[in-house]
Design a protein around this ligand. Structure first.
Ligand code: PLP
Length: 330
């Protein structure tokens, strides 16, 4: 990374379409496309910018977009900028989606936009079923893999890989700020779509390119994902370990089995007070409150990582139990 800074400097000086482009960007995009098994990829300075670009560029007048009710704010904002008619369906509700798909037609293109792993509930979308619905109805499937990239699938490329639906996905958005530990996001998909996005995605065209040295860090992060599948297995083990500990203490824990474990608290004040109690004991747990989650569903969001071990998780589960009792929760 420091060698990359010495070579390219800290800043990129302009848009990728002007002086901001560098070979290291196209090299890491080619690598990411191979990693994700798509024809091409384009790197954005943030996942937010990537989602705005994808949805404002491809959702045209006369199109229809079906969107999960719990989609991330960046997807919602992108859809607001796009010109397609928006149809919101209940969270991961296949019957509700199918009903809308059967009843809402258009001469334009229809899209389905979902996250593969939802960040606030830690649950996984029914991706295989979505792929089947989309294939049958000619709907273009767009999937945000923010919380899955680096963690799922034999090669760690995400839940698209784990579900074997790569051929049925139009575009995926792969933010690098979570498991890859960096920043920015790759949009991956067919070459024509990536080329079109590069020319028309406004957050790409009209924004200074990220610091070029990030490409070296992204390269190292992909090395790590490719070379250490044991870390993914360890994360899965620790996740199950903590879920069982919490369930053993009588806490209602979602069955999703992912690294994100929400502890529903309800009232905002209780969530804040529990988060403070945990922080005071050295656990970096944050309270998530409305409008990020629906009213009355404030929660602590626990995200397991491989820097933790069994003894830390045991201590955490005990501290959480005490914090719950202190705010009067059973
Ligand atoms: C599902 C999802 N998509 C996109 C983003 C935005 O990514 P970034 O933080 O890189 O802007 C986030 C959040 O952080 C997210 O949770």
């Amino acid at each position: 990374m420091s060698a990359a800074v010495m070579e390219e400097g800290c800043g990129s000086t302009g848009s990728r379409l002007l002086r901001g482009d560098r070979n290291c960007f196209s090299a890491i995009e080619r690598r990411f496309a191979v990693f994700k098994a798509t024809a091409a990829a384009l790197y954005f300075g943030s996942g937010y910018a990537a989602n705005l670009a994808v949805l404002s560029t491809f959702l045209e007048d006369g199109d229809v977009v079906f969107s999960d009710r719990l989609n991330h704010a960046s997807l919602l904002d992108g859809m607001k900028m796009g010109k397609a008619r928006k149809i919101i369906f209940a969270h991961s509700d296949l019957a509700a989606l199918q009903h809308r798909v059967d009843s809402i037609m258009t001469k334009g293109q229809r899209f389905l936009v979902v996250e593969s792993l939802f960040s606030m509930d830690g649950d996984v979308a029914p991706l295989k079923e979505y792929a089947a619905i989309c294939k049958k109805a000619g709907i273009a499937l767009i999937i945000d893999e923010a919380h899955a990239i680096g963690l799922y699938g034999d090669h760690g490329t995400g839940l698209i890989e784990a579900n074997g639906i790569a051929d049925d996905v139009f575009l995926s958005i792969n933010p690098a700020g979570k498991a890859l530990g960096l920043a920015g996001a790759f949009v991956a998909g067919p070459a024509w779509a990536i080329e079109y996005l590069m020319q028309h995605g406004r957050t790409f065209v009209f924004s200074t390119a990220p610091p070029p040295s990030i490409a070296a860090a992204l390269d190292a992060a992909l090395d790590l994902v490719e070379e250490t599948p044991q870390l993914r297995n360890r994360l899965q083990f620790l996740t199950t370990f903590l879920r069982e500990l919490l369930a053993g203490k009588g806490l209602e824990v979602s069955q999703a089995g992912t690294q994100i474990i929400p502890v529903l608290v309800g009232e905002n004040a209780r969530a804040v007070s529990m988060a403070s109690a945990l922080q005071a004991k050295g656990f970096d747990v944050r309270a998530i409150r409305p409008p990020t989650v629906p009213e009355g569903t404030a929660r602590l969001r626990i995200s397991v990582n491989t820097g933790l071990d069994e003894s830390i998780l045991e201590c955490f589960a005990h501290t959480l139990e005490v914090a719950m009792r202190e705010v009067g929760l059973p």
